[in-house]
Design a protein around this ligand. Structure first.
Ligand code: GA4
Length: 327
């Protein structure tokens, strides 16, 4: 048995590129109560691969309840957290190690698989007294995220003029769809080195991800020219992130966006991210209705299950779609 020790701060890398767009603090903000939101969503997905939404209809009280539960869990003693896990990798509690291939960051997290719309069991013996309340908040939040993700994918289909409005949303509302919820806690880093990695740069493999954080910053997005922008925190909005699968389904019209989190010196950042993926057997191939005459897929055919398996053999920063692009 290989026993992995927790990496020390000196083993956590600094962010590779720190080339930032000076004073760029603009993240497209889309008001979901406005009819023009459909077009704005499609434009943001095409040009940047990220945006944030307000007037999303998700109850703040629910968000606070989940955040309180997460905070209570992360404030347990380290040994109490370490015993919380799942028999299925990579789910359960994680500390500094991300994925199976050596990525590390200044964070701890809880990763939940979602089965039939609810969190799959994670054993939390040290959190027994609060477990049921926490799970109810998790499940309510998952249902709210699934509705929001489905609404966004319907708007995207509409904005792309795809006749069957649920061509994308049905991939994630299907009872076998593969979804994950991640709660990340970035403790303040007292001996902060500037640019210490919280969560290293990567694209998300799924269709879309919906991220909400408390009022502590650190989230950064890469622009198409490789420069990075810092997204000011906005606890009342959700950041929406285009994933690799949506890039393929739109035959590259949308591009998944690289993003990362930089560690903070004084404040503790807490984020919750919902990853909307399709069923494992789903073929990921450009939507026929989108393809113009003579247009060919830029990618070899694959299923979500194949893509996921391949993703777990990569490092966080790898360009995972490269392996599936046609020559
Ligand atoms: C990135 C998006 C999600 O957080 C995640 C991550 C997953 C993990 O943490 O286990 C991966 C990463 C993510 C992509 C490449 C592989 C798998 C870590 C890693 C090195 C849960 C996911 O689905 O893919």
């Amino acid at each position: 048995m290989v026993v992995l020790t927790t990496p020390s701060i000196d083993q956590i890398p600094l962010l590779k590129s720190t080339k930032q767009v000076p004073h760029f603090t603009y993240v497209p903000t889309i008001d979901l109560s406005k009819p023009e939101s459909t077009l704005s969503i499609v434009n943001a997905c095409k040009s940047l691969g990220f945006f944030k939404v307000k007037n999303h209809g998700v109850d703040m009280e629910l968000i606070e309840r989940l955040e309180d539960g997460a905070r209570e869990f992360f404030s347990l003693a380290q040994y109490e957290k370490e015993i919380c896990g799942s028999t299925k990798a990579p789910f359960g509690y994680g500390n500094k190690r991300i994925g199976p291939n050596g990525d590390v960051g200044w964070l701890e997290y809880l990763l939940f698989a979602i089965k039939n719309g609810a969190v799959d069991h994670v054993s939390m013996p040290s959190f027994q007294a609060s477990y049921n309340v926490f799970c109810s908040a998790l499940n309510e939040y998952i249902s709210a995220m699934r509705n929001l993700a489905s609404q966004l994918l319907q708007q995207i289909a509409k904005g792309l003029l795809i006749a069957s409005g649920d061509a994308l949303s049905s991939l994630i509302t299907n009872e076998n769809s593969d979804q994950i919820l991640r709660l990340n806690h970035y403790p303040p880093c007292p001996r902060l080195k500037s640019g210490l990695t919280g969560f290293g740069e990567h694209t998300d493999p799924q269709l879309i991800s919906i991220l909400r954080s408390n009022s502590v910053g650190g989230l950064q997005f890469a622009l198409r020219d490789g420069r990075w922008i810092s997204a000011p925190p906005d606890p009342n909005s959700f950041f929406v992130i285009v994933g690799d699968s949506l890039q393929v389904l739109t035959n590259g019209r949308f591009k998944s966006v690289r993003h990362r989190v930089v560690a903070q010196e004084h404040k503790s950042r807490l984020s919750m991210i919902y990853f909307a993926g399709p069923p494992v057997s789903q073929r990921i191939t450009p939507l026929p209705e989108l393809m113009q005459d003579g247009e060919e897929s830029m990618y070899r055919e694959f299923t979500w299950g194949e893509y996921k398996r391949a993703a777990y053999k990569t490092r966080l920063a790898d360009y995972r779609l490269g392996h599936f692009e046609k020559e």
